[in-house]
Design a binder for this molecule. Structure first.
Ligand code: PDD
Length: 286
């Protein structure tokens, strides 16, 4: 029961779990990760997370040492043994432990770890606080579609947001092109049209982003996966963030710009409700 870790096939308590000091994830940030939400004892979109983990690992030439079904079993064992109903699973695959060298080591098995920690149950729509956001230059590399543990630019921007009492920093590339948040994808209604950055190397292929696009499609709401600028964002009629931990979170302020009208806006509210319906249908529990 409680906070548990799974290290290369063994479950232990999180506080006793250990990896080598020479693990390349620790020394070099040479690894990829996923965060999976568990509602009511049941994983939400586990398959999509495992597919993205596999894509991230392939992109940096790491071979995940377990099959999809072995990982699924490990996740479910961890949740069952923890006895948590609302929690998250963090999982990470690194190139393994070896003498420190930039060059990939030969004959070293990649390391895989995961752990479970509790979370508060899903908030009711009316209890979600609309967020303040700031904008900052996107200082990350050009492969943001890979979910790597190298998160320093995200951390620095998120810290600035925190110090500005904002929930998220919305990042922009040259030309003031909005990419995404430090830990979320960004949507806005600009001139009446829902927009979000296209799925390129400049953003993470967010699973919540995909769910929201599907919900928009199902409700016959026109949208464009088309880049927009910080200036566009500052005339949006609705802005929201999507992520595994934020689900769909309305935004009320971007820098000095205040989103007009009721919060959440009507489309954001519809998506917040539909996202919750999706959670209820996927995670019925026992
Ligand atoms: N955030 N963009 C970045 C840079 C992220 O780190 C995340 C995930 C997202 C949203 O992806 P998804 O919807 O698949 O969680 C976008 C972490 C893991 C989180 O907030 O849970």
């Amino acid at each position: 029961m409680g906070n548990l870790a799974w290290i290369n096939g063994e479950i232990t308590s999180l506080s006793e779990a250990k990896v080598s000091l020479e693990d390349r994830g620790y020394l070099l940030g040479d690894g990829v990760y996923e965060v999976i939400r568990v509602y009511n004892g049941c994983t939400f979109y586990l398959e999509a997370h495992l597919e993205r983990l596999s894509n991230s690992a392939n992109a940096i030439q790491i071979e995940i040492p377990y099959s999809g079904s072995e990982i699924e079993k490990a996740v479910n064992d961890l949740i069952a043994e923890s006895a948590y109903k609302d929690c998250y699973i963090y999982m990470q695959v690194t190139r393994g432990a070896a003498m420190r060298d930039h060059i990939f080591p030969d004959g070293v098995t990649p390391g895989m770890v995961m752990y479970v920690r509790p979370l508060a149950p899903l908030l009711a729509v009316e209890d979600v606080s609309p967020a303040k956001c700031i904008t900052l230059p996107d200082e990350r590399w050009m492969n943001c579609h890979i979910k790597t543990v190298n998160l320093l630019p995200n951390l620095l921007a998120r810290q600035k947001a925190y110090e500005a009492k904002a929930l998220e920093a919305i990042l922009y590339r040259p030309g003031n092109i909005v990419t995404e948040g430090t830990r979320s994808n960004v949507f806005a209604i600009i001139d009446g049209v829902v927009r979000t950055h296209p799925q390129t190397n400049l953003i993470l292929p967010g699973i919540s982003r995909r769910i929201v696009l599907d919900l928009l499609g199902e409700s016959d709401t026109y949208y464009e996966e088309k880049a927009f600028t910080v200036e566009d964002l500052k005339k949006a009629s609705e802005v929201w963030l999507t992520s595994t931990s934020l689900e769909v979170n309305p935004v009320y302020e971007v820098d000095e710009y205040k989103v007009k009208g009721n919060l959440p806006g009507p489309l954001t509210l519809m998506l917040m409700k539909k996202f919750r319906e999706k959670i209820s249908s996927e995670c019925k529990g026992d």
